[in-house]
Design a protein around this ligand. Sequence first.
Ligand code: KDG
Ligand code: MG
Length: 412
Amino acid sequence: MTIDKAEVIVTSPDRNFVTLKLTTADGITGLGDATLNGRELAVVAYLSEHVVPLLVGADEGRIEDTWQFLYRSAYWRRGPVTMAAIAAVDMALWDIKGKRAGMPVYQLLGGASRTGLLAYGHASGKELPELFDSVREHLEQGYRAIRIQTGVPGLKAIYGIASQAADTFGGEVRYDHEPARRGVKPVEEDWDTRSYLRHLPGVFEAVRNEFGPELPLLHDGHHRMTPIQAAKLGKELEPYDLFWLEDCTPAENQEALRLVRQHTTTPLAIGEIFNTVWDFKDIIREQLIDYVRGAVTHMGGISPLKKTLDYAAMYQIKSGMHGPTDISPVGMAAAMHLGLAIHNFGIQEYMRHGARTDHVFRQSFTWRDGLLHPGDAPGLGVELDVDEAGKYPYEQAYLPYNRLADGTVHDW
Ligand code: KDG
Ligand code: MG
């Protein structure tokens, strides 16, 4: 059957989302997530101007061929805008194929390899008491693995602290919207790596003393350290047995991980800003990482991320798919189907969306006993209420950025 209609839908219920909706000649619809936080409209233009005209009249069944056509015929390859656009097409075609077959997508990928997906949530606090409360809240919500982000003495605002996002909204708790802030310019945050390195090991010691040795704990370095600083941190965190240390160095310099690896046994996760298997190729082959952090939405879709994870499986490297709130419910569903099917699933990041988002995107996933499951509805299991979506037009929003004490711009 051919694709008759391709629409790009932008909605901002709690934050901005870009969704591609394909409709076949006989009325089956498929959804794909094309959200690129802070650069959403660039993907809208790429899709509307350059992809939609190529899809109308195309064969809905040719997922791999369509992917290869969009990737190779553009000549200009890779990059977050291109790959988010292609990802949306790939997801939407898998959604249609599932609906056509009357099966959830994970069945088409080989069927379930487990009963559910271990998921981690984001606990945070400027100070220890607030952080402990946040960990307890997450445990009560059923999380069995927890990411720990904390304030650093002397720094006003840093990545990953929920209460700080609430302050930005005048006291309204809007963690769902974190870390992008609505406004015409990015918010400035401050950073000092030496203070951070002095402070963080003590925080993990306190968390282990309070919550015991069993709880899997994660931490996101968010691209800020030099290789030698990351090596030092990894080594100092070894007694606290982290599940992973994420994005310890900026993603562009993959050789940095060789040096980090020589010094520490703390497991490493990287790749939320990667967009192709080529970005992962060498660090997988050299076994410089333990978890692939790619997102279905930013890696070009289910098809290429599955190939990347199959390659990673040869080296006992597992998945740790990106799942903050800027991955839409459609992108999250795609990650859940893929995670359920592959053998080398590791963990799934799961930050809950806000109530308005859940109302716009009707979802069939479940969250029970700390495990996610995509559900058994045919396709991806997400439907977009277009009328509801229309109530929330795009609002400009940007991720923050960092400056050091002397005014130098630093990685955020
Ligand atoms: O859009 C950027 C966010 O997705 C990112 O800052 C979140 O690092 C992140 C994470 O690990 O979830
Ligand atoms: Mg991260």
